[in-house]
Design a binder for this molecule. Structure first.
Ligand SMILES: Cc1cc2nc3c(=O)[nH]c(=O)nc-3n(C[C@H](O)[C@H](O)[C@H](O)COP(=O)(O)O)c2cc1C
Length: 209
């Protein structure tokens, strides 16, 4: 038996978002491959971070680190490490964010999670656990980042097709951060390159036990 919500009207009666907001964040938003030429202000990217950081992470560790790639030199260094099919659109995007995770998140524990600050030494010894927690929680934060950027009126083009070792050599050599996602950002030019790919039905992706 399918219990899919069949229409947008049915869906909207279940949501606390107004229909326009649900459309802008989820239902109408598309992954962007090109943008208008409008430049994105520092205030806008601060707003994106202000929302992103509020999404929950395990123990509040917040391992996501964002490098906003603005200068021509930095953009070219980034594009060298992108997969062939991702180079041109990344070079043309008004703004690019390189998302990395910080495997040494325990060093901030006194700030992020003061009631667990006494555990710093034990986390320091367990790099495998730190790595897993950093990877998992930074990917969660990347999802918050995408929705935060859409909330600030930006179109978003996330890409994992790049050489992360090369990217880390270029951007993270001193910090020890690990890059995992490049996100092109700008204002929507309304261009849609292909029809929406299908999403799985409720029954295909959900089980109630
Ligand atoms: C983690 C992640 C990695 C992706 N990597 C690439 C990529 O390397 N190149 C690309 O062209 N699109 C990439 N995409 C875009 C996806 O194919 C796209 O978001 C998905 O098909 C949904 O498209 P829609 O939002 O228009 O429905 C990536 C998306 C995500 C979330």
């Amino acid at each position: 038996m399918s219990i899919d919500i069949a229409t947008e009207t049915e869906l909207n009666t279940e949501l606390i978002l107004d229909a326009g907001t649900a459309a802008a964040l989820f239902l109408e938003a598309r992954t962007a491959n090109s943008f208008t030429d409008e430049q994105i202000s520092d205030e806008t990217l601060q707003a994106v971070y202000a929302l992103t950081r509020m999404g929950p992470t395990a123990m509040n560790i917040q391992p996501l680190r964002i490098t906003w790639v603005r200068s021509t030199e930095a953009r070219e260094a980034l594009v060298i490490n992108m997969a062939a099919g991702n180079k041109e659109k990344t070079l043309a995007a008004p703004l690019v964010a390189l998302l990395s995770y910080n495997p040494r998140w325990h060093e901030n524990l006194a700030t992020t999670t003061p009631h667990m600050a006494s555990k710093v030494a034990s986390f320091a010894e367990n790099s495998a656990l730190r790595q897993t927690m950093a990877f998992d929680n930074a990917h969660l934060q990347a999802g918050y980042f995408i929705l935060a950027a859409r909330s600030a009126g930006l179109a978003v083009g996330p890409m994992s097709g790049f050489d992360s070792a090369g990217m880390d050599q270029e951007f993270n050599a001193d910090s020890g951060l690990k890059s995992f996602l490049v996100v092109n950002l700008g204002r929507s030019n309304g261009r849609i390159d292909r029809a929406r790919l299908p999403r799985l039905d409720f029954d295909a992706a959900n089980t109630t036990v």
